[in-house]
Ligand binder design. Structure first.
Ligand code: NAP
Length: 326
């Protein structure tokens, strides 16, 4: 059986990827940070086949131990401080985990796997936030980076470090430059999930209002379960490479909000939505839209669930979850 080690197993993508890899016959190991991580119970309930390994992206020794224990064929580095707003509040921690964490995982692979003919394949979760103040529209693998947040800056470091380990040590290391991808497992702090959850609660009379910052920014939003397949496909290719993964469509937060209220059967969203300037960021990324044609031609990957369906999936899921609580 092939073996995979996932960092960020308790996050949205880690859970989808674990499920996907299990369906492909993998033994799945997941790195879990903290001595009593509150998310681990849920993981063991939903994904009982995942073998948890204790470790932290800030601690190289723990990463070496995890790679030694898992003896993985593939390592997926999904762990990060991934919320852009938090990265402005904790930039040093973001650089430490989202940036330097990548270097530490690569070092652990290099040390445990040996320098030459290292059989461990590595996936790095790069991000469209690296494009930031975009230099061209749409963005592809050759578009220069101009990050606009500590998160984006840390991801650029991780991206180039991955390229460097590929070139310097011949490691099979790939970066997936993934544009936003969402779904019912998205953390409630992210705007799409904040909207779907609030809409569900407002519909059920459990909440009166919800406040946002700038909803005019546009993102290329896809469906998370499809995106983890692209990660796996990258590691099955004859040569390591980097790929943009996106839908090729862009929509504003405002559009997401309007579609979500509409789907819940609330015609006018205005009475329920407030502006809160505390949600504004020191620097914003106005619009992102990806060109995933390389992934289509080389990996045979293409997004299927588009914007409207994504909104419906998320609102329906939150309505169901909130109803179950009442
Ligand atoms: P997520 O839900 O925020 O998950 C982040 C994961 O990182 C959690 O499991 C968290 O674990 C873990 N983590 C945080 N600090 C850690 C540390 N010090 N040591 C070990 N693990 C740590 O993120 P996601 O949406 O699944 O995204 C997965 C990856 O793709 C991230 O790197 C993200 O930046 C990147 N990405 C995401 C998107 C997107 O739209 N979702 C787009 C592009 C790139 P605990 O909370 O349990 O500590």
């Amino acid at each position: 059986m092939p073996r995979a080690l996932i960092t960020g197993i308790t996050g949205q993508d880690g859970q989808h990827l674990a499920k996907f890899l299990k369906s492909k016959g993998y033994d799945v190991y997941g790195l879990v940070a903290g001595q009593a991580n509150p998310k681990i119970d849920g993981i063991q309930e939903r994904l009982p086949y995942v073998e948890p390994l204790s470790g932290d992206l800030r601690d190289l020794t723990s990463l070496i131990a995890a790679v030694e224990q898992a003896q993985p064929d593939e390592v997926y580095n999904l762990g990060a401080i991934s919320f852009v707003a938090l990265s402005f509040k904790q930039p040093e921690l973001t650089a430490e985990i989202t940036g330097l964490g990548v270097l530490r995982v690569l070092e652990a692979i290099r040390i445990v796997g040996g320098m030459q003919n290292n059989p461990i394949r590595f996936y790095q979760a790069s991000s469209s936030e690296m494009f930031g103040k975009v230099r061209e529209v749409p963005q592809n693998e050759k578009t220069p980076f101009h990050p606009r947040s500590p998160y984006g800056v840390a991801k650029v470091f991780g991206h180039y470090t991955t390229t460097n380990y590929r070139e310097a040590y011949g490691l099979f290391a790939c970066s997936g430059i993934l544009f936003n991808h969402e779904g019912p497992l998205r953390g409630p702090e992210f705007v799409t999930r904040k909207i779907s959850k609030a809409v569900a609660r407002i519909k059920l009379g459990l909440q009166e209002k919800v406040a946002f910052g700038d909803l005019s920014t546009e993102r290329d939003w896809g469906y998370a379960p499809e995106y983890v397949e692209a990660m796996w496909l990258m590691l099955q290719q004859p040569e390591p490479d980097d790929y943009v993964i996106a839908t090729g469509e862009t929509h504003s937060g405002q559009e997401f909000l309007e579609r979500a209220f509409e789907h819940a059967g609330i015609d006018d969203w205005r009475p329920y939505v407030e502006f809160d300037e505390r949600n504004l960021r020191p620097a914003e990324v106005n619009q992102l839209i990806g060109d995933a044609s390389k992934a289509k031609s080389k990996l045979g990957w293409e997004s299927k669930v588009r914007f409207e369906e994504l909104v419906r999936i998320m609102v329906d899921s939150d309505l169901k979850a909130e109803q179950a609580h009442t």
